[in-house]
Every structure is written in C-alpha cells, then in structure tokens.
Design a protein around this ligand. Structure first.
Ligand code: 2AM
Length: 180
C-alpha cells in the first residue's frame, strides 16, 4: 500500500487480459437485464478467489506471504453460462463444467488464509465473474463460449469511489513466480 494511503479492502482474484475482458464485456452488453441493473466496467471484470475485507498493513504483508507459497497450475477456464443470484442481485458469467484446477486453487488459498487468522467466507466457492450489480430479475441471455487461459492470480486493492469501485493490482503470482 502506498505510504499515507488509507487502508482499503483487499481480495485475491484472477484478472483476465484485456482481450478476454473485452469479450466478457461484449457478452454482458447482449444480456437483457431489465431496468436498474448496473454493468461492471470492462476494466473491472475479474473473478474473486477470496475476499479479505479491510486490512492493516501487517495483514497485507501476511496475505502476500500466504500467496507466495502457491504456484497455480496453468488452466483454461471456459465461461459458457450466465447465472443470477437474487440475494446480492448480481448477474454473472460462469462455467457449466465446473473448473477443478481453479476451485482447488481457491479452496487451497482460502484454507491457508484461514490458518493464519483471516476470516474467509465459508460458503462453497462458486467461480463467477460479476457482470451486473443491482439486477432485479433473472436475465435473458444468448450463449457464448469464452476460453480464458489462467496462468496467475493476484492480490487486488479496492477503493470505493463515488463513481464506482477502483481496483489496483498489488502483486501477481504465477506458476513461474519465484517461490521464496
Ligand atoms: P462479487 O463479484 O460476487 O460481488 C470486490 O468487491 C470483489 O470481492 C467482488 O468481486 C466481490 O464478489 C468479492 N466479494 C466477496 N465477498 C465480498 C464482500 N463481503 N463484500 C464485498 N465484496 C465481496
């Protein structure tokens, strides 16, 4: 965290390259959401692995240390379905087939974080990329198939600004990262 900056919220995520974000954004624009739904900006599209909440600097250091010991196996994630959750009122893109490697990465990361004292959501991890928030009804959508090559994951700092969330990637870890 840059010096002098107030503590923000942090989460681990997989962040797609611009081309995949562009394709996800194009898919999102095709969806009939009804009124009121707010589309996530293309630059902000991501898949959360573990949400950490507001952290002190020592906790950020601890989270980075946890991630340093992990080397994700490269995988291709197929996004081919749209889902809707009424409670958080989000429309999301996910995978029909599940995603073994990615789920294993998320569960492994979550478990390691819990072991060093982070409070992590205990519900089953459902991989999803949120496309719309404040959606009031189940959407109508057309099929698409996006193959997303996943080679790394990252820690993200989130600030809530009047114009929406501002995300900044703090650090990335890939299969080729040095494991220190
Ligand atoms: P979502 O897309 O399902 O809403 C940044 O806020 C990211 O962290 C979002 O992708 C969000 O997932 C995820 N997240 C998980 N739990 C959260 C929480 N309790 N508050 C805010 N964001 C959360």
């Amino acid at each position: 965290m840059p010096e002098g900056e107030e503590p923000g919220r942090y989460f681990f995520a997989i962040w797609p390259e611009a081309q995949i974000r562009g394709r996800l954004d194009a898919w999102a624009r095709e969806i009939e959401t009804g009124t009121g739904a707010r589309r996530v900006a293309a630059d902000n599209l991501h898949m959360t692995l573990a949400f950490l909440g507001t952290l002190r600097e020592t906790q950020v250091t601890a989270a980075r240390k946890v991630a340093r010991g992990m080397a994700p196996e490269p995988a291709v994630l197929t996004l081919d379905r749209i889902g809707y959750w009424q409670r958080p009122r989000i429309i999301w893109a996910g995978s029909r087939d599940g995603c073994d490697l990615l789920c294993a990465l998320a569960e492994n990361l979550r478990e390691r974080l819990r072991r060093v004292g982070f409070r992590i959501d205990t519900r089953l991890f459902v991989p999803h990329v949120t496309l719309y928030r404040k959606a009031r009804r189940r959407p109508k959508w057309t099929s698409r198939r996006i193959e997303w090559p996943v080679n790394d994951f990252c820690l993200v700092h989130s600030r809530l600004l009047p114009e929406g969330a501002r995300y900044e990637i703090v650090e990335r870890w890939s299969a080729n990262s040095d494991v220190k």
